[in-house]
Design a protein around this ligand. Structure first.
Ligand code: SF4
Ligand code: SF4
Length: 376
């Protein structure tokens, strides 16, 4: 007679995650990551005892076409559908835990910050009205009514100075990377991205927080980052250093990563405000460039420069204003309610280039970037 092995709660959770489409799943204790303000799970779910980390990889062929600039939209949709999938799988795990009598919380995959006031949602619709009026005002065939002119002046005064106060250092409600390190999904690479053994940095993450006390997994013993620093050469922004390093500790694991520069360097490029900064022979997928300088300032004035870019982008109207609006929408509203087809990354090259311990692949990916030319 064959005996059916009874699966432990942890095994059942992992089985469910994998059956639903996650490619990696691990568990950590809430205690192991609660020391950092950006990874204490009690912020989102008081009484947290464990956190489950799930990951889905990007499709290699779609990434190849994205990096070589053969095709843009497939990777955009991939990011959208994968994000939705991670939310769906997390919801299944949450429901499973609740059925067993535990509490659980399905986190947002990304764009969920502690220092962004979500109550300011109204600001997004007001910016839409402002952009609409700016576009009308720039159209030679349209005359604004007196009322519209007054509204335009009022909204410019109200919105544009506020944009110059945008925080550059955003603190996530829960750092999925910290959860993933502690749960044995991957380790932190030179770029600061999570690097997995099988997929390098090409994964998206989500986490489920629960009050169930689950048996945690161990962090990976060795770091799949081979310190090739190709991520740094693939970063138009200049967010991280090629030679200076810093040490961070996550769940007792010491990681040596690149020293971080001002976040404004990434925000300017990753948000599509510019497709070029450090390197002129290739660009990201963004067609925009800095209007009045060749590259971002190399000192602290970069912060103010980038904040001013948001206001300028809105004032320019058209596609540039739409671009700023997309960033603001993502930051204030998150991406939960956004259609998968509406995701529009334009960079992420530090992540997409990295195949982790498969150095030859990373080198090939880098060649694709530098030979991909510029989006005009
Ligand atoms: S590209 Fe190289 S250095 Fe950068 S994170 Fe990946 S493996 Fe590490
Ligand atoms: S997303 Fe782009 S700009 Fe930002 S750090 Fe990565 S490569 Fe640099």
């Amino acid at each position: 007679m064959t005996q059916t092995k009874t699966l432990s709660l942890e095994e059942q959770i992992k089985k469910l995650a994998l059956e639903e489409g996650a490619v990696l799943v691990g568990i950590c204790s809430a205690e192991s990551i609660k020391n950092n303000e950006f990874s204490d799970p009690n912020y989102l779910f008081p009484g947290a005892k464990s956190v489950i980390s799930i990951a889905i990889n990007f499709d290699d062929e779609k990434v190849r076409k994205y990096l070589s600039k053969e095709e843009y939209l497939p990777l955009c949709y991939e990011e959208g559908y994968t994000t939705k999938n991670l939310k769906r799988i997390a919801e299944k795990i949450k429901a499973f835990l609740e059925e067993k009598g535990f509490g659980a919380h399905n986190c947002d995959c990304n764009y969920d910050y502690r220092n962004i006031n979500k109550a300011s949602k109204a600001v997004v619709s007001t910016i839409k009205i402002l952009i609409d009026l700016i576009n009308k005002d720039k159209d030679e065939d349209i005359n604004l009514t007196d009322q519209e002119e007054k509204t335009l002046i009022r909204l410019k005064k109200l919105i544009l100075p506020g944009l110059k106060k945008t925080p550059m250092h955003l603190i996530p409600s829960l750092s999925h990377r910290c959860v993933a390190v502690s749960a044995g999904i991957g380790r932190i690479g030179w770029s600061g991205n999570l690097i997995t053994e099988k997929y390098g940095a090409r994964v998206l993450l989500n986490s489920i927080i629960t009050d169930a006390k689950l048996k945690p997994d161990n962090p990976l013993e060795s770091n799949p980052c081979v310190k090739c620093k190709i991520c740094e050469k693939s970063c138009q922004g200049g967010l991280f250093s090629g030679d200076e390093e810093q040490t961070i500790t996550i769940a007792g694991v010491e990681e040596t990563i690149a020293k971080r520069n001002n976040y404004a360097y990434c925000i300017a490029v990753c948000s599509s405000m510019s497709g070029q900064n450090k390197f002129k022979e290739w660009s990201t997928w963004s067609p925009f460039r800095f209007n009045d300088i060749e590259r971002l300032p190399l000192d602290d004035s970069v912060d103010t420069y980038v904040k001013n870019m948001f206001a300028k982008g809105i004032e320019n109207g058209g596609e540039q204003a739409e671009n700023v609006l997309r960033l603001i929408e993502n930051t204030f509203l998150g991406r939960n309610d956004k259609r998968a087809e509406d995701f529009r990354p334009s960079c992420g090259f530090c992540q997409m280039v990295c195949s982790g311990q498969y150095l030859n692949k990373t080198k090939e990916n880098y060649k694709m970037i530098v030979n991909s030319g510029c989006i005009e």
